[in-house]
Each structure stands twice: as structure tokens, then as C-alpha cells.
Ligand binder design. Structure first.
Ligand code: PHB
Length: 393
């Protein structure tokens, strides 16, 4: 883990500058390693998400003999603490200090926005393995920025119609107050109101607070038909448990699949009936998913989740680009062109990239039934993010 002091950063920067005089392909001892920076949360409420992404990214590289485009991979991991204020400095540590060839990050949308402002300037090829910030494939899009996860809009828009179709006409929304939460709820509300639903109240909880009790009392008093929510990681685990304990289960709980992914087993009975939309489901019965889940379980002794899938696919798209240029990161345009054209055989199913570099993908409708996440339908087939504000789209 990289926890650098200012002096450490300077030392690393000058070492990197010195080694930059050795052409990458002819470094002493053969071909130079390709450096991948992992900027992810390894502490706090999203720590489990960062771990799953890292595990699966490394697993994908290991499946290719520890290489990308034939070059051995060196990882530099940095804990971004899901702290937006530290994002520019942390990104600089990897991009300027460590001179990484590729940046993989991050989970938290607010941190991603700070990160993107830096790589928008430096041009570092960056793959976002989670953060849904609409701006990443909107106003902040760029040729060097790819996302293997989802946009917040994309993960939540389909549920707006599902809710109305199921007779849930009056809904309360509740989420953490930050870009991630606001935009997830925004995607849902856009389609929900368009389909004839009414939003009764929009509740915002400071990030990363897990004190839900007063809000649950408020929801009980409002008596809506349904509740739409975005929480993730340990916050999702606690919210679903607290919701059930407050006796609110007769009010249909819905949200993007982050509400249960990775925490379903720990939620136990409390998660029964929870209805979610997501671009993945554990139970997808396709060969890519079966193979991936078995390999992940074998390597790490736990079940894979959506975050692992996104991390795995981040490595897949980089592998695709690097194979096309035989590991020559200097062939930047060809590398990016190959990444753009990649058809990723993901555990979620095959996906391609939109012009804004966001996955075009099926959004599944899932429900927890008998402690299992069952796929009950496809909420939206091949959904593409509208990429509002992206000059490449
Ligand atoms: C986000 O901040 O964009 C975010 C965080 C955690 C998730 C999904 C999205 O599970």
C-alpha cells in the first residue's frame, strides 16, 4: 500500500524521471514492466469494494501469465479513503510521482471527479472500475477515460418504470448526500415521474453516516408504496437490516443492486424481497460467469460480486488494448482505438463501449428470494447512457 510523505513523493518522482531516460522496451534485463496504479478505497465503508476490484483485476492479469501485452505488470496501490478532498493529490501521487502507465480507479463518485480533472490534463489512460458519476462519460469524458462499470443514471433509470408497472405509485427516496447518491436517485426519478409516479419525499443522509433510525421513523409516518434507495458496502448492509428491524418490510424496498451485492449473505432474512436493477447478478447462468465465479472463489475463498466483475473487466479491456500494440504503451492512439472497439466477454454477458466509453449493457431486474439473488427479468436491454455533455458522443 502506498502511503507517501511529501518527501517520498518527490523521491519517487525523481526516480521515475531518471528511469524515464531508459526506453521502456529496452530497459536493462529485457522488457520494462508495465505499471498499473490502483487508486481505490481500502478503508472505510467502501473498503470491501476496493478489495474485490483489486482481487479480480489481479486475477485477470494472473490468467494472462501476470502480463499485459506480454509485459510483466507492476502494481502500485493507494488507499483513496473515499475522500474527495484528497483525490487530486492522490491521483498526482500515482500519475506524476509513480508515473504509472495506466490508472485504475475508483469507487466513490466524488473522488472520481477529482481524479478525472487530473487525468484529463495528463492524458493518462484511466479505467474506472466502479464510480458511476454521470460526468465521467458526460462533460468530463475523454479519449483516455474508460469505464467498465455503469453510469449512475444507467443503473437506476430502468427501475422508475418497473416501480410504476408494479403499482408502486408513491415513493420515498433515501440516499447518501453526494454525487453518487444524488445521480442514482436522479436516474430513477426521471423515469418514475415520466411513467406517472409521484415522489413523496427525498431524504438525504450525510456520507458515510450509517445512523438511519430517524429517517426510518420518517418513512413509517409517510406510508409510501415503496422506497427507492442507494447505499453500498457496509452502509447497504446496515440499511437493509435496520429497515427490516423497523418493521418497514411491507413497504417494497428497491434500488440499484449495490443494495445487496457483496452483502447479501450478511443481510440474511432482512434482504428477503428486496427488488433491484443492476448490470450483473451472481446467478447469471452463462459460461463466462460460471468460470469467473469458480476461479474467484478458488483464489480468494469468497464469493465474487459486481465489484469483482468490474475489476476483472477493467483488466480485460487493458489486456485487449495492450495485445493490439504488443505492449507498446507509446502507441497510444492504436491502444485507445483497440480499447474502444473491444467486445468484452464479461461475467455479466458480452458488452461493448459507447462513444463516450461507457458500457452498453443489459440491466437485469433482480429479487432476493430464499436468500438468493434471482434474475426475474431484463429491466432494460442494451441500455446506453445518454452521455449528456460529452463532446465525443
Ligand atoms: C459511487 O460513488 O459512484 C458508487 C459507490 C458505491 C457503489 C456504487 C456507486 O456501490
Amino acid at each position: 500500500m502506498l502511503r507517501m510523505t511529501r518527501r517520498g513523493v518527490l523521491a519517487a518522482a525523481s526516480a521515475a524521471t531518471a528511469s524515464a531516460f531508459v526506453p521502456a522496451r529496452f530497459a536493462i534485463g529485457g522488457v520494462a514492466k508495465v505499471k498499473v496504479g490502483l487508486m481505490l478505497p481500502y478503508s472505510g465503508t467502501y473498503a470491501g469494494l476496493g478489495e474485490a476490484i483489486t482481487n479480480a483485476f489481479k486475477m485477470a492479469v494472473a490468467e494472462k501469465g501476470g502480463t499485459l501485452g506480454g509485459r510483466e505488470v507492476q502494481f502500485v496501490a493507494l488507499d483513496d479513503e473515499s475522500h474527495p478532498g484528497k483525490a487530486p493529490e492522490n491521483t498526482n501521487k500515482l500519475v506524476v510521482g509513480e508515473k504509472v502507465d495506466f490508472l485504475v480507479g475508483t469507487v466513490h463518485s466524488g473522488v472520481a471527479m477529482g481524479m478525472l480533472r487530473v487525468v484529463g490534463e495528463t492524458g493518462t489512460i484511466t479505467v474506472i472500475p466502479n464510480a458511476g458519476a454521470n460526468a465521467a462519460t458526460g462533460p468530463l469524458c475523454g479519449p483516455n477515460i474508460f469505464r467498465t462499470s455503469f453510469s449512475s443514471w444507467q443503473a437506476c433509470y430502468p427501475m422508475g418504470k418497473v416501480a410504476v408497472d408494479r403499482g408502486l405509485k408513491k415513493v420515498v427516496t433515501i440516499t447518501w448526500k453526494y454525487a453518487g447518491g444524488d445521480e442514482m436517485v436522479g436516474g430513477f426519478v426521471e423515469n418514475f415521474t415520466k411513467s406517472g409516479g409521484t415522489v413523496v419525499e427525498q431524504i438525504q443522509v450525510p456520507f458515510p453516516s450509517e445512523e438511519f433510525q430517524p429517517y426510518l421513523t420518517q418513512i413509517a409516518a409517510l406510508k409510501p408504496d415503496g422506497v427507492f434507495t442507494f447505499f453500498a458496502g457496509s452502509g447497504a448492509l446496515k440499511f437493509v437490516k435496520d429497515y427490516a428491524a423497523a418493521g418497514l418490510k411491507p413497504i417494497q424496498l428497491m434500488g440499484p443492486g449495490f443494495l445487496t451485492d457483496g452483502v447479501l449473505a450478511a443481510q440474511g432474512e432482512a434482504a428477503e424481497g428486496v427488488l433491484t436493477t443492476l448490470h450483473y447478478a451472481d446467478a447469471l447462468d452463462i459460461p463466462e460467469n460460471r468460470t469467473f465465479r469458480a476461479a474467484y472463489k478458488n483464489a480468494f475463498g469468497k464469493e465474487a460480486d459486481v465489484y469483482a466483475v468490474q475489476g476483472y473487466d477493467a483488466a480485460q479491456v487493458l489486456a485487449h488494448g495492450m495485445a493490439a500494440v504488443n505492449g507498446d504503451t507509446g502507441a497510444r492512439e492504436a491502444l485507445i482505438a483497440a480499447m474502444e472497439k473491444a467486445e468484452i466477454r464479461s461475467p455479466r454477458g458480452l458488452f461493448t463501449f459507447s462513444k463516450a466509453h461507457n458500457p452498453v449493457q443489459d440491466i437485469y431486474l433482480r429479487q432476493v428470494q430464499g436468500r438468493q439473488e434471482n434474475v426475474v427479468g431484463i429491466a432494460h436491454k442494451a441500455l446506453s447512457d445518454p452521455a449528456r455533455g460529452c463532446r465525443m458522443a
